[in-house]
Every structure is written in C-alpha cells, then in structure tokens.
Design a protein around this ligand. Structure first.
Ligand SMILES: *Cc1c(COP(=O)(O)O)cnc(C)c1O
Length: 523
C-alpha cells in the first residue's frame, strides 16, 4: 500500500474531472472508456472465426425452423475480450483496494483457494457422476462439515444452503419442522431491531410473524424487553452475535436460557462468526442453529467471484429435521443420502434446499482456507480482525462519533453526531470517500443508530493501509467541520458516473451508452 499512501499523504487534490475541463470528443475519460453493450458494438454478419459456407439443408422440422435472423451480435475475439476486461475494470473489488463494508466481511480471497478449486478432480466433476468416482469430493465435503461442526461445537450440519439468507431459511424451516413434529409450529419469531433485514424477511417467508425487540443504550438486545415478549407461541429468536453494532451480546447465556424456558429455539445469524472463530464455540452459548457465510468468515469470493455458501450447524434436537442430502461414511466409503426413504436413524428431513450437494467450488475454497490457517491461525484471524477494528475506533474516537464506547468486536460503528451543524450528511461523507480512492463503509445500517457508518476492516488489512484510511476519514471529518461543503455535495467527482437517482436507476436503468457506436461498427 505504500504508493497509495504517498498519493494520499501528498495532500494534493487531483484536478480535472467533470466540471473542471471540457468533455473529451470521444466521450471517454482518459484511458477509462465508456462501454457500449455487446448489442451496440456487434454486427449480425460479423464473426470471430472464419467458418466454411453452410451447405443447404432440407428442413425436417415441418415449418418449425427459424424463419428470420435472431439478431445476436457478431464480434471479433479482441472485441469480446476488451469488452469484458473493461467491464471488469469498472468493478471495484477486494483485489483493487480496501473494501471496508461493515457486516459484509470483505476479506482477501487467497489465491491458494483458487488453485485448489481448479484441480480437475474438483473442478471438472459432475453431480450426477457415480459415487465411486467422486469419493475425494465427498470426503472433502465431509471434512469441511467436520471442521465447521468442531468450530461451532454443534453436532449436525446442513451443507447445501447457497447463501447466508438461504441458511437462515434452512434454519427456520428446520426449527419449524421440529415444532411441527411436536404438533405446534408456533407463530412468532423475535428479532432485535438491529438485525440484518434478511432475518425478519426469512421469518416472514417461513410463515411466521416478526416481533421486534428494542436494543438498549449499550447497543445490545434489551433482556427485560425480550423476556416480556417470550411466550408459548414463540418459535425462535434470531440473534446476531457479535451483533450488527459490532458488539458481543454479553448476556447471551441468559438469553438462551430464557428462550429455551418457553420451548423456543435459538437461531444465531452467524454472519459475524469471523470475529469469534476459534475463540468461542457457539454451541456452548446455547445456540441451536447457526449459518456461516463461507464468503465472509472463510474467505470465499462474494458475488461475481462465485456463488455464496451458507452451511447451517444444528443442535442434537434439530439434527433429525435437517434437509437432505447428507454425506455419510460407511464400509463402502463415502455415500450421499439423498432419498428420504434411504435415511439413517429414522431422521425426518423437511426436504431439500437445493438440487445436488451445495456449492462445491466454495467448499474447496473454504476448506483450503481452514487447512492453510489451522486451528491457531483461525483464532488469530478473529483476533486480528478485532484488533484492526479497535485500532480504527481508538484512532478516530475524537474526530468521528463512536455510536457506543469501545472496545468493539470486528467492526466499528460511528453515528453522524460528528457531522452535526455541518450541512454534510452520512451519504455525502461516504461519497467524498470515493473521491479519495476508498470504497465507503456500510452506511445507514444498522437502523438503530442515526446516520450509521459501519466499518469492517477485516484481518486482511495491514497497519499501513489502515493508517492511510484513518488519515483520510479524519481529514474528511475536519473538512466537513471547516465548512468545505462543496467537496461533499459534488462528490463523487472522479467516477465514471456521479450521483445517481438510485430509485430511478434501479427501476428504469439506462443500459445503452449511446444510440449507435459508429467507431466500433466501422472497424
Ligand atoms: C451478510 C449478512 C447476511 C446475509 O448473508 P448473505 O450471504 O448475503 O445472504 C445476514 N445477516 C448479516 C448480519 C449479514 O452480515
């Protein structure tokens, strides 16, 4: 990060950008090019390869054959490569720089993970292959499952959910099946008001009503308010720990006891497991079910880098209801239990979450991460993530306004009191950060704090890179207080697009660059 730090500490403000200079003739900005759609660039009769003329064929489709052009764009190989490379360069990524989105855990995706995921024995297999030919892959799923069970101290696991939110659904469906087996699915799920939006959404999707519980002045769930909500119609609590304020729910044992006392289950949103992995076993905190986002705690890519994966660990009471399939090990080697009739120990799986086994490529990456760190390394991951967040908190506590007194866990939450009387909002401040070369932190979440700024540095960042980030945050806070409003209200000034009307951009996106692309067409 040293060259970056020079760029920042030089204090020079880049000139140029929209507004300062006349626009270019081409519409491009320096070497950052506007990108037409493939449909705008392509021509129907152009082809990337020379094919021999197609011989005349007699249609045997009885008039069902194609009657006209289907209008697919034809492009040369260099055009296709450039298009996708340029698009990829517009995409900010963890490989481009600091990505401090709170709650999202944007940590480095080690290249070793990519190497193992591409081994032909993992990368080129098919889920319908005979089981004897994929013993290694099944063993890998079983080993990852074993690690996740050991790390959480819970005896069972459903590996197939494809994201954190999908894991939540899996957890609640398992809980619902367990209640139904006792004759009463129950009605309510209690969820703290600081929860991620997927928690109440999952509860509703699963047919429950959501009963919100307020947070207290310490940023934790209000235990007395929670107890007042609990009753025989409560199916479960969904609690995030450490919670979305970046704080450990230190009354968790009392919470678990109160929840269990009314016969409800304790679902933990494990999106923040990276703060405690190797330090605490959630099973020992009284948790009955918890998803882990492999793309958060275990370094697999988010989004475009690959699908998510959200395995769910389960207590012994919930284990029989876990969805299919299960990998089991017997005298003939590894086997996949896929059929409800084929089950061991009279289990009562509620169904399945997904076709096939789950996200195999992510399993390989996550196990690679786990094995390359080892048990002690994983513990250090949690310690370093927490240390990094506390370093930011300690450095900025006088310049920004911490929502709660420290120490925090793996993420640090500021509110917008430091912007009071400045005419600069949290959104303006975040946009100004983009002009400084930083992806903003998560803003306006969690909802329990006014104008929230939630920063999660993860353990990936060095002290050097954090210092540059901190210096920038401090400098912007000073600029806001000094009345430099323009810098904020015009931000972002140096991006291909300025501020969008986000609602309109989502509802009626303008995808075409311009009506025609004559330069490319003439090539
Ligand atoms: C990321 C996150 C989720 C949702 O996980 P996905 O994998 O994005 O579906 C749920 N809860 C919390 C607290 C999160 O940070």
């Amino acid at each position: 990060m040293s060259d970056r730090s020079q760029a920042h500490s030089a204090g020079g403000r880049p000139t140029g950008g929209t507004g300062d200079v006349a626009p270019s003739l081409s519409g491009h900005r320096g070497l950052s090019m506007e990108e037409p759609l493939l449909f705008e660039q392509g021509r129907t009769h152009r082809s990337g390869v020379d094919l021999p003329p197609v011989p005349k064929v007699e249609s045997k489709l009885g008039g069902l054959g194609r009657t006209g052009e289907i209008g697919l764009p034809g492009l040369s190989e260099p055009q296709v490569i450039r298009h996708f490379v340029r698009l990829s360069q517009k995409n900010y990524a963890i490989d481009s720089g600091l990505y401090p989105l709170g709650s999202c855990t944007m940590k480095h995706n080690p290249r070793l993970n990519e190497k193992t995921a591409r081994l032909p024995g993992f990368g080129d297999i098919h889920p319908l292959q005979p089981m004897q030919t994929v013993q290694g892959a099944l063993e890998l799923i079983d080993s990852l499952a074993d690690w996740l069970k050991k790390l959480t101290g819970l005896p069972a696991i459903a590996m197939s959910p494809a994201a954190g939110a999908h894991g939540e659904l899996c957890g609640l469906m398992t809980i619902r099946a367990a209640h139904e087996a006792k004759g009463d699915p129950r009605k309510r799920i209690v969820v703290p008001d600081s929860a991620h939006g997927t928690n109440p959404a999952t509860a509703v999707l699963c047919g429950y009503t959501v009963d919100p519980v307020p947070s207290n002045e310490r940023g934790r769930i209000d235990l007395a308010a929670l107890k007042a909500k609990l009753g025989p119609d409560v199916a479960a609590i969904m609690l995030t720990n450490p919670n979305t304020c970046g704080l450990f729910e230190n009354e968790i044992l009392e919470i678990a006891e109160a929840v269990h006392a009314v016969g409800a289950y304790f679902y933990c949103d494990g999106a923040n497991f990276n703060a405690i992995v190797g330090k605490v076993r959630p099973g020992e905190l009284g948790i009955d079910a918890m998803h882990m986002n492999l793309h958060k705690t275990f370094s697999t890519p988010h989004g475009g880098g690959g699908p998510g994966s959200g395995p769910v660990v389960l207590s012994a009471a919930l284990a029989p209801f876990a969805p299919l399939p299960h990998v089991v090990h017997g005298p003939q080697g590894f086997r996949l239990i896929e059929n409800p009739d084929d089950q061991v120990n009279g289990t009562k799986a509620f169904g399945r979450m997904k076709t096939f086994h789950g996200q195999m490529g992510m399993f390989v990456r996550a196990l690679t991460y786990i094995l390359s760190h080892g048990a002690d390394g994983l513990r250090q991951v949690a310690e370093d993530a927490v240390l990094n967040a506390n370093y930011i908190l300690a450095q900025l506590q006088d310049d920004l306004s911490p929502a709660f007194p420290g120490p925090c866990m793996h993420e640090v939450l500021f509110d917008d009191r430091f912007l009071k009387d400045t005419n600069v909002t949290t959104l303006d401040y975040a946009k100004a950060l983009i002009d400084e070369g930083f992806h903003p932190m998560t803003v306006y979440f969690p909802l329990v704090v006014h104008g929230a700024l939630l920063t999660e540095p993860t353990e990936s960042e060095s002290r050097g890179s954090l210092d540059v980030f901190i210096e920038t945050l401090r400098g912007l806070a000073k600029a806001a207080k000094a009345g430099e409003e323009d810098r904020f209200h015009q931000a972002p000034r140096f991006t291909p697009r300025r501020r969008l009307d986000e609602t309109r951009a989502a509802r009626s996106p303008v995808l075409r660059w311009r009506p025609a692309a004559p330069a490319e067409a003439a090539e």
